[in-house]
Design a protein around this ligand. Structure first.
Ligand SMILES: NC(=O)c1ccc[n+]([C@@H]2O[C@H](COP(=O)([O-])OP(=O)(O)OC[C@H]3O[C@@H](n4cnc5c(N)ncnc54)[C@H](O)[C@@H]3O)[C@@H](O)[C@H]2O)c1
Length: 395
C-alpha cells in the first residue's frame, strides 16, 4: 500500500470528505486536529451542504465524489454518507487509485465487503474502516493485555448497547429501511461495541440470536439479543436496543486475571475503564499479579507491584474520530499500513450477518457457514419476505 500514499508535501497528507452531514464534521475536526492533513475538498449530493462545509472548513465544495476526484488529488477520502452508499463510493475512490476510509457500518453485506476488497486488490489505494473505539488508550491497553495473556484466558463477557432513538430519528428516507440503513441497532449502533468486543476477545465461533421489533417504524429489529461462543472458548451475551431511555454502552470481560469493564456511552476515556483483579491468589501469582491488589489496604503498593491494568496506564486518549484519524494520517505519512483495514472489520460484519441469520431462521449460525452462497451473504435480511420478517420480529 505504501506506494499508494500521495503526499501534499513530505509531512502533510491531502484528504477529502464525501458526505457533509452530521458525522462528516468529526472527520473534518479529526483531520484538523492531526495537524498534518490538508482538506482539499468536500462533496455532497445536496450542494448546499457541501458549500456549508467548504465555508466552515475553508476548502472547495463539489456535488459528487466524481467531480471531487476529477478536480483534486487527495491521497485519502473519508466516506461519511448513509450506509447504503458506502460500497459504491468506496469502489469509485479505489478505482481512482486513492485510499478510502469508510464510516460504520462499512457495508450492508459480506458481498459488498468482498466487492470492495476486489477493488482494493486492483487499486494503488487501500481501504480502511472507522472503528474509533479500537483507538482510545483504554481499548488499546485492554487489547494489548488480553492478547499478551497478561490477564489470563478470557472466560465470560457481557456486551450491551442500550441506546435511545425516538421515532423521529427514522424520519429521513434512508433510515428504517434495509436498503438505506441496512439494519437496526445490531448493525447501526451495537456495531461499535460488537467490533470492540471482537477486537478484544478474538474470533467468534457460533451465535444463537433473537431479534424483535417493539416500537420503532422500521423494517428491521429495534432490539436484538445473542449468545456467542469464541474460538478461545470464551462465551458472551449481548443486547442491542434503541428503546432504552437511560443509555449506556458497556463491555465487561471476566478473565482468569480479573474483571475488565468499560462503561461509557458514545466514547470512552481511561476513567470509564475499571479492573477488578481475581481474588484467587494462586492464579494472580501465576499471572504475575500481586494478589494484594484485592485488599484495599494494599492497593497502592500492589498497583505499583503488579496490577497489570494500572501498570499499563499512559496518556489518556479518548476513543473519538480524532484518535483514529490522527493515527491514520501518521500511518500513511510514514508509509505504514493502518491497523483498522477494511479486511480487519470482516469478523464484525460476519458476526452481524450471523446474528440476523440466526434471528430470522431460529438456528445457531457458525462463522464457517457464511460462504458466498449462504442466503444472508448478499443481504442481512437473507431474502426473507418482509411479511415473514414482520411476524418473526413481532414475537
Ligand atoms: N462512527 C460514529 O460514531 C458515527 C456516528 C454517527 C454516524 N455514523 C455513520 O456516518 C454515516 C453518515 O451518518 P450521518 O449521521 O452523518 O448522516 P447524515 O444524513 O447527517 O449525512 C449524510 C450526508 O451524505 C450525503 N450523501 C448521501 N449520498 C451521497 C452520495 N452518494 N454522495 C455524496 N454525498 C451523499 C447526504 O446528502 C448527507 O448530507 C452513516 O454511515 C452513519 O452510520 C458514524
Amino acid at each position: 500500500m505504501t506506494d499508494a500514499v500521495k503526499r501534499s508535501s513530505d509531512d502533510r497528507l491531502k484528504v477529502a470528505i464525501v458526505g457533509c452531514g452530521g458525522i462528516g464534521n468529526s472527520h473534518a475536526r479529526g483531520y484538523a486536529a492531526s495537524g498534518r492533513a490538508d482538506l482539499v475538498g468536500v462533496a455532497d449530493i445536496v450542494r448546499e451542504r457541501a458549500d456549508g462545509y467548504a465555508e466552515k472548513y475553508d476548502t472547495t465544495a463539489y456535488g459528487s465524489v466524481t467531480d471531487l476526484l476529477a478536480a483534486q488529488d487527495p491521497a485519502l477520502v473519508s466516506i461519511a454518507t448513509p450506509p447504503g452508499t458506502h460500497a459504491e463510493l468506496a469502489i469509485e475512490v479505489l478505482a481512482a487509485g486513492k485510499s478510502v476510509i469508510v464510516e460504520k457500518p462499512p457495508v450492508l453485506s459480506l458481498a459488498e465487503l468482498d466487492k470492495i476488497a476486489e477493488a482494493e486488490q486492483a487499486s494503488a489505494g487501500s481501504a480502511y474502516g472507522i472503528f474509533q473505539h479500537r483507538h482510545g488508550s483504554g481499548g488499546r491497553r485492554a487489547h494489548q493485555l488480553l492478547q499478551s495473556g497478561a490477564l489470563g484466558a478470557p472466560l465470560v463477557a457481557v456486551c450491551e448497547t442500550l441506546w435511545f432513538r425516538p421515532r423521529s430519528y427514522f424520519d429521513p428516507d434512508w433510515r428504517g429501511t434495509w436498503v438505506g440503513e441496512g439494519g437496526g441497532p445490531t448493525l447501526g449502533h451495537g456495531i461499535h461495541q460488537i467490533d470492540l468486543l471482537l477486537h478484544l476477545l478474538g474470533q467468534w465461533k457460533t451465535i444463537n440470536a433473537s431479534a424483535v421489533r417493539r416500537d420503532r417504524p422500521v423494517q428491521f429489529e429495534d432490539i436484538s439479543m445473542a449468545m456467542v461462543t469464541f474460538e478461545n472458548r470464551a462465551v458472551a451475551t449481548m443486547i442491542n436496543s434503541l428503546l432504552s431511555p437511560q443509555e449506556l454502552s458497556r463491555i465487561r470481560i471476566d478473565s482468569e486475571g480479573g474483571t475488565l469493564e468499560v462503561n461509557h456511552l458514545y466514547g470512552y476515556s481511561d476513567a470509564d475503564w475499571t479492573f477488578h483483579p481475581t481474588p484467587d491468589e494462586a492464579v494472580a501469582a501465576r499471572l504475575g499479579q500481586d494478589p494484594g491488589t484485592v485488599n484495599p489496604e494494599n492497593a497502592a503498593r500492589s498497583q505499583q507491584a503488579g496490577d497489570a491494568w494500572a501498570a499499563s496506564a499512559a496518556e489518556d486518549v479518548p476513543s473519538n474520530h480524532s484518535a483514529q484519524l490522527g493515527r491514520l494520517v501518521d500511518d500513511l505519512l510514514a508509509g505504514r499500513d493502518h491497523e483498522t483495514t477494511l479486511a480487519s472489520t470482516r469478523p464484525t460484519m460476519e458476526f452481524i450477518t450471523a446474528l440476523y441469520a440466526s434471528a430470522l431462521t431460529g438456528q445457531a449460525v457458525d462463522r464457517a457457514d457464511l460462504v458466498p452462497d449462504h442466503p444472508f451473504y448478499t443481504a442481512l435480511h437473507g431474502g426473507v419476505e418482509q411479511s415473514r420478517i414482520d411476524s418473526t420480529f413481532a414475537i
